[in-house]
Write a protein that binds this ligand. Structure first.
Ligand SMILES: *[C@@H]1O[C@H](CO)[C@@H](O)[C@H](O)[C@H]1NC(C)=O
Length: 547
């Protein structure tokens, strides 16, 4: 089996193909068009040799305000003439200058390859998102076929004086389209390519690349040539030459900061009363306890601490990581309440406690009794939890803080399924199988890390997005270990080859598409948390609409 087939097997959900009775016909988007709309080097077939890709027809491709023409390529491959008629239906006519088709609305499908365009320029008078429906009817005998191709065209109102940058920054609504297109594109590859062909094109790609290679961003060159691509077409690397525009935020407190923060949060040890152990590692302990503050009000707390076996390094890491989310105030973030740090004894980190459980532990418990009476999560609950996490991440990123270790183990959840993100202090010791060293002394959450983090230890806001995808996968699998069968040392090669986590059983396609979208090779191709929010909110509404 060749590698592309394997890759596709991971990404494909299903593709229902309906053969047209007696029309041999191609209708597709050429490479240029797919590159323009979806940033992929591939062709996308709506009809290939008379076989309709229903799956591709079902997805609505968003069209950014900067693109004002849509292109389709078609050809009649058979001997019988095929009569067509094309209709265009636009939702907000006032947003567009007269839409215009550069072929006749009715006629015969050409017998040689023809590209036609639909010119749909925005007026820039109003901002809108319009559904555009392109109906192509082919008069086949005995039954005519009606293909409905959909686009969502975004138009921006441009006011004089507004700079273009501001216009660009308006979040574009994404659907989970891209991923579905990987799948659709893959379906095409499966149908049409041989190993030979792949070999040829691979060599050709390599040559093109050497010839065109320009000095680009160092940290990304190492995984340039391995995005999922269609081997039947020659590829352009234009999309990879863009300079990254995502933000890079530095957030670890300096030691001066750290001391200030500790000073500010210091509480008296005698006011803390430890009760029972909630979680336990080789040298870490997490307790439930109480804290009596100045006004003698007793409040319940969670206490993270270490045993006497802990080394200096471990203690300083506990403090540093415990302080990483200091001063964040958000309903979905569990931020630190106080620290007690005394000579000759282990530090205590205090967090407010309100009957929550560690999310990973909670999910594993759900799993253990999922056959019995206990609670299993519905899709709606999963999406709701995901949305809470997104809110928190949005807030953190706004505060210029990267999480860097977003995972179920670093969240807590209560019995009403309210989720809060926490820092990762002690997680390495409490969940040792989630962390690995790759030859260095750094114990990292390898299986949650984005490719750039694995390869060059770069960390971007979109690296948190990647981890969020894995967290979503944890939610839908009730905290299975991701990539159990993969050696941590092999992870970067595995990801570079285009492999990803498989779709969990019972996980709806829409949700899996969101995850897979978070795992785009190139950080810029991943959604932002703002986009994820729009996308999942919409999905949530769809779910609740029929209840
Ligand atoms: C329609 O326009 C596109 C691009 O603007 C061009 O590539 C194509 O050849 C045109 N098709 C016809 C039939 O004129």
């Amino acid at each position: 089996m060749n590698i592309y087939v394997l890759k596709c097997a991971l990404l494909i959900f299903f593709s229902s193909a309906t053969p047209l009775c007696n029309g041999l016909l191609n209708i597709f988007l050429n490479t240029e068009e797919v590159q323009k709309l979806l940033g992929l080097d591939a062709e996308l077939y709506y009809v290939r040799q008379g076989v309709i890709n229903q799956y591709a027809l079902n997805f609505v491709i968003p069209v950014s305000s900067k693109i004002d023409s849509l292109h389709f390529t078609w050809q009649n491959l058979g001997n019988l003439p095929l009569q067509y008629n094309i209709n265009l239906d636009v939702q907000h006519y006032e947003a567009f200058d007269a839409p215009n088709l550069n072929i006749s609305k009715t006629g015969l499908v050409p017998t040689s390859d023809q590209t036609f365009s639909i010119h749909l320029p925005c007026t820039a008078l109003i901002s809108s998102e319009s559904d555009v429906l392109i109906s192509i009817n082919i008069a086949l005998i005995p039954t005519p076929v009606a293909l409905k191709i959909r686009r969502k065209k975004i138009c921006m109102k441009i006011e004089t004086g507004l700079n273009t940058q501001a216009v660009d920054a308006v979040p574009i609504r994404i659907n989970s389209v891209k991923v579905f297109y990987y799948a659709a594109v893959c379906a095409g590859i499966l149908a049409a390519t041989s190993v030979m062909c792949i070999a040829c094109v691979y060599v050709r790609n390599k040559q093109t690349r050497t010839a065109e290679e320009a000095p680009t961003n160092q940290s990304f060159t190492s995984f340039l040539p391995t995005t999922i691509r269609n081997p039947t077409t020659s590829s352009s690397y234009s999309s990879f030459r863009r300079m990254p525009s995502y933000s890079l935020i530095e957030e670890r407190p300096t030691s001066k900061d750290l001391q200030d923060r500790i000073a500010e949060l210091t509480i008296q040890r005698c006011r803390v009363c430890l009760q029972n152990v909630i979680l336990e590692g080789t040298f870490s302990r997490v307790y439930h306890g109480t804290y009596t503050n100045e006004g003698t009000v007793e409040e319940e707390v969670l206490v993270k601490t270490v045993t006497d076996h802990a080394s200096h390094v471990q203690i300083s890491l506990l403090l540093q990581e415990g302080m990483s989310m200091y001063a964040l105030k958000h309903p979905n973030i569990l931020s630190i309440l106080g620290v007690s740090f005394q000579e000759n004894s282990s530090p205590f980190l205090l967090y407010p406690f309100h009957n929550y459980t560690n999310l990973k532990v909670f999910l594993q418990k759900c799993k253990m009794c999922s056959e019995g009476v206990a609670h299993t999560l519905t899709t709606q609950e999963v999406v709701d939890m995901a949305l809470q996490i997104i809110e928190a991440m949005n807030y953190m990123h706004k505060k210029q803080i990267l999480h860097k270790d977003l995972a179920a183990r670093n969240c807590v959840v209560d019995n009403r399924l309210k989720v809060q993100i926490t820092d990762n202090a002690l997680s390495r010791d409490l969940f040792p199988s989630d962390y690995h060293c790759l030859g260095d002394n750094e114990n990292r959450p390898i299986k949650w890390l984005a490719l750039e983090g694995l390869i060059s230890k770069t960390f971007l806001t979109r690296s948190d997005v990647w981890s969020f995808g894995v967290l979503l996968w944890e939610l839908t699998t009730l905290a299975q270990q991701p990539y159990v069968e993969i050696d941590p040392f092999e992870m970067s090669a595995y990801l570079k080859d285009g492999y990803r986590l498989a779709q969990p059983i019972n996980c709806p396609d829409e949700l899996f598409a969101v995850m897979a979208y978070c795992w785009a090779m190139h950080p810029e191709d991943r959604p932002t948390f703002v986009q994820l929010q729009v996308c999942l909110k919409e999905f949530y509404m769809q779910l609740t609409r029929y209840v």
